[in-house]
Design a protein around this ligand. Structure first.
Ligand code: SAH
Ligand code: SF4
Ligand code: F3S
Length: 440
C-alpha cells in the first residue's frame, strides 16, 4: 500500500469557506489525500482565500512568500489557491507567483481532483469558471472526516443584491439555492454521524428558494420546518440574512419552531438612510426597526447580531451619529464592525474615500458601544439558566465548553459532562467573551 498524500488547507473568510474547505478535503480524499495540520508535512497546500476587505491579495502573496522555502526544499509539494481571491485574481496570481500550481474558484472545486492529477503530472491549472453544473452534485467523496457536535451546511450561494461596496456577487456569482431533498439527506447524514446543531449557510441564506421534493420552490422557513423533523437534530441556525428577505413565514418560524435558535445575524451596515441608499441596501432604517419589532413580538428573547461598515464614501458625522443611535435603539447581543474598504470592481470603489483617521475614530467609537452592549447582554445572563450544547472539554479539569441557544460561549463544570450533551446550566459569571456556569 502506498502512503497517503497529505493535504493542508488554510481557511480565511466566512463560514462558507469553512464548509468549502471541508468539501475540498473530502474531494481530494477520493484521490488518496489525508488531512494534516502541519504545512511542513503536506504534499499539497491549499489556501482558501477571502476577498471581502482590503489587502486580501497582499495577504495571499505574503503567505506564498512564507511557503516558498517549503517548495524549494520539496519541489514535489503542490500549492493551490482557492476561494474568493482565486476567483477575483486567479490569472494574476498565476502570473505573479510561480510557486502556485493551481487556482480554483469557489464554484469549480468539484474539478479539483482532475486539476490535482494535472499538476501532479507537472502542469499548472486554473479554473475560475461559473459552470452550469452544480458542483455539489459532482463532488467526489473520499473517506469522510470525523464530525464534531456542530456543522455548517451550505444551502444557498452567491448574491444578486449588489450592495455598492461588496465583492461577493462577483466572486461567488449569482444566487443559487440547492435542492431541498439533497439538503435534507445531507443533514440526516450529519446527524447520523453525531452532529446535533446545524448552521445553514448562504450569502443571502434567507433568500433560499430551492426546489422541494414536491417540485415546488421551498422557502428557508419551509426547509427549516422540515429539518426540524429530523430526530436527533436539536438545534438549527442560519446565517447570513438580508433584511429584505425576512419573509412572513420565516418570522413566524422563529415563534413556532423550537429547534430554531433564538439568535439572528441580520446586518444593517448603517443607521443613516442616506448611506443605506448610497450602499444600495434597498431598505430604510425604519423598515429595519419595524422588522425587528415583528421578530421580537414572536420571539421576545431573540438575540440580535449585526454587521456595520463605518466610513462609507459620503458618510458625514451626522450619518455616523445615526449609526450609533441605531445601535443604542436595537441593543445588540454582538455585532461586527468594519472600516470601509474600497474593493476593485465595485460601484463604490469609484467614490472618494474618507481619511483613515476618520475611519479609525468612528470604528473605535462604534466598537466601544458594541462592546458595552455585549458585556451588558452577557452580564444579564448571570443568575439565569440556559441550555448549553457541549462541544469539547475546556482547559480546566472537569470543565466542558459549549454554546448557549443565544450563541454565548459557556464554560461549565458539573458531574458527567461530555461533548454532545445538551444540558441546563446556571450562569454564575460573565467574562469578556464567555460565560461560566454550573450544570444543573
Ligand atoms: N451577505 C451578507 C454580508 C457578507 S460580507 C450581508 O449582506 O449581510 C460580511 C460583512 O462584511 C458585511 O456585512 C459587511 O459589513 C462587511 N463588508 C463587506 N464588504 C465590505 C467592504 N468593502 N468594506 C468593509 N466591510 C465590508
Ligand atoms: Fe454583499 Fe450585499 Fe450581497 Fe451581502 S447582500 S453579500 S453585503 S452584495
Ligand atoms: Fe470572503 Fe468570499 Fe466569504 S469574499 S466573506 S470568503 S464569500
Amino acid at each position: 500500500m502506498t502512503t497517503p498524500r497529505k493535504l493542508f488547507i488554510k481557511t480565511y473568510g466566512c463560514q462558507m469557506n469553512v464548509y468549502d474547505s471541508e468539501r475540498m478535503a473530502e474531494a481530494l480524499g477520493a484521490s488518496g489525500y489525508v488531512g494534516t495540520d502541519r504545512a511542513e508535512d503536506a504534499d499539497m497546500i491549499l489556501l482558501n482565500t477571502c476577498h471581502i476587505r482590503e489587502k486580501a491579495a497582499e495577504k495571499v502573496y505574503s503567505e506564498l512568500g512564507r511557503l516558498k522555502p517549503l517548495k524549494v526544499a520539496r519541489p514535489d509539494l503542490k500549492i493551490g489557491i482557492a476561494g474568493c481571491v482565486a476567483q477575483a485574481e486567479g490569472e494574476e496570481i498565476m502570473r505573479r507567483a510561480p510557486v502556485v500550481d493551481l487556482v480554483v474558484g469557489p464554484q469549480t472545486y468539484h474539478r479539483l481532483p482532475a486539476m490535482e492529477a494535472k499538476v501532479r503530472a507537472g502542469g499548472r491549472a486554473v479554473d475560475t469558471e461559473f459552470p452550469a453544473e452544480d458542483k455539489f452534485e459532482h463532488l467526489p467523496r473520499g473517506p469522510r472526516a470525523k464530525r464534531g457536535v456542530t456543522a455548517f451546511l451550505t444551502v444557498q450561494e452567491g448574491c444578486d443584491k449588489f450592495c455598492a461596496f461588496c465583492v461577493v456577487p462577483y466572486t461567488r456569482g449569482a444566487e443559487v439555492s440547492r435542492p431541498a431533498a439533497r439538503l435534507l439527506s445531507e443533514a440526516r447524514d450529519l446527524v447520523a454521524r453525531g452532529v446535533r446543531e446545524i448552521t445553514l449557510l448562504g450569502q443571502n441564506v434567507n433568500g433560499y428558494h430551492g426546489e422541494g421534493p414536491d417540485g415546488r420552490s421551498w422557502t428557508l422557513a419551509r426547509l427549516v420546518r422540515e429539518l426540524a423533523g429530523i430526530d436527533g437534530l436539536w438545534r438549527i441556525r442560519y446565517t447570513t440574512s438580508h433584511p429584505n428577505d425576512m419573509s412572513d413565514d420565516l418570522i413566524a418560524a422563529h415563534g413556532e419552531v423550537d429547534v430554531l435558535m433564538p439568535y439572528l445575524h441580520l446586518p444593517v451596515q448603517s443607521g443613516s438612510d442616506k448611506i443605506l441608499k448610497a450602499m444600495n441596501r434597498k431598505h430604510s432604517v425604519a423598515q429595519y426597526l419595524a422588522l425587528l419589532d415583528r421578530l421580537r413580538t414572536v420571539r421576545p428573547d431573540l438575540a440580535l447580531s449585526g454587521d456595520f461598515i463605518v466610513g462609507f464614501p459620503g458618510e458625514e458625522d451626522a450619518d455616523f451619529e445615526q449609526t450609533l443611535s441605531l445601535v443604542r435603539a436595537v441593543g445588540y447581543h454582538s455585532a461586527f464592525s468594519f472600516k470601509y474598504s474600497a474593493r476593485p470592481g465595485t460601484p463604490a470603489a469609484e467614490r472618494p474615500v474618507l481619511p483613515d483617521t476618520v475611519l479609525d475614530a468612528r470604528l473605535q467609537a462604534l466598537q466601544a458601544l458594541i462592546t458595552e452592549q455585549q458585556r451588558a447582554a452577557q452580564q444579564a445572563m448571570v443568575g439565569r439558566e440556559v441550555d448549553v450544547l457541549f462541544e469539547k472539554p475546556g482547559r480546566m479539569a472537569g470543565q466542558m465548553v459549549g454554546k448557549s441557544n443565544y450563541l454565548h460561549a459557556v464554560h461549565a463544570t458539573g458531574a458527567d459532562l461530555t461533548p454532545g450533551q445538551l444540558r441546563r446550566v446556571r450562569i454564575t459569571a460573565s467574562a469578556p467573551n464567555s460565560l461560566a456556569g454550573i450544570a444543573v
